[in-house]
Design a protein around this ligand. Structure first.
Ligand SMILES: [Ca+2]
Ligand SMILES: [Ca+2]
Length: 192
């Protein structure tokens, strides 16, 4: 045996073999075992992995995305800029089940009218999401979009009855409102 078949440079006390570790890390001190964090989507060293299954505290995890509500009122452009500064965009919505979960989150946190990421500013009547995802679902209030008030190029989700259901209206991009951001990973700062 020439030694290559069983080559390993495990750091002292690694691998730990505690059942949770499923990845190896190469560090300047040799290999350490690690487990892959689903929540944080990176590999952490075994000794620092404790607690990484805690829920995201700054946003609501829905499906594989994270939604964060900001109550401070902003115009469409300022709201999109604020979401981007936190690593996201204004929210897109892609299914009834996703919207139901979003509506529950909004209801728990208070605001009535919430700006989301739909806009038809580039081409009137051709609605798009500011995060670039497909416009593959819609839930307009009856009679909307009606191209008003103002430029009618932004989108707001509003209450529909008392059950927490919501529908969409078009509105002015200049009118400030509370807004909902979407992130691919848990955002680093507190949003609410
Ligand atoms: Ca419009
Ligand atoms: Ca309208």
């Amino acid at each position: 045996m020439d030694g290559t078949d069983n080559f390993a440079d495990w750091k002292n006390s690694y691998p730990k073999g505690n059942g949770d570790d499923n990845a190896a890390l190469i560090s300047s001190h040799g290999w350490t075992s690690a487990k892959i964090s689903k929540k944080n989507r990176f590999i952490c060293e075994a000794d620092s992995c404790e607690g990484n299954e805690e829920p995201c505290v700054n946003a609501e995890e829905i499906g594989d995305r994270f939604f964060g509500l900001i109550r401070e009122k902003r115009s469409f452009d300022a709201a999109e800029g604020a979401c981007q500064a936190l690593g996201g965009h204004l929210a897109s919505i892609h299914s009834k089940s996703e919207e139901n979960a979003i509506n529950k989150y909004i209801k728990e946190n208070g605001p009535t009218d919430v700006l989301i990421g739909g806009t038809d500013r580039a081409s009137e009547g051709n609605w798009q999401w500011s995060d670039g995802t497909a416009f593959d679902y819609e839930n307009w209030k009856s009679g909307e979009p009606n191209h008003q008030p103002g430029d009618g190029d932004a989108m707001m989700t509003v209450k529909s009855g008392g059950s927490g259901n919501r529908v969409w209206r078009d509105r002015s991009t200049d009118a400030p409102a509370a807004f909902l951001c979407v992130f691919d990973t848990c955002p680093p700062s507190t949003l609410i």
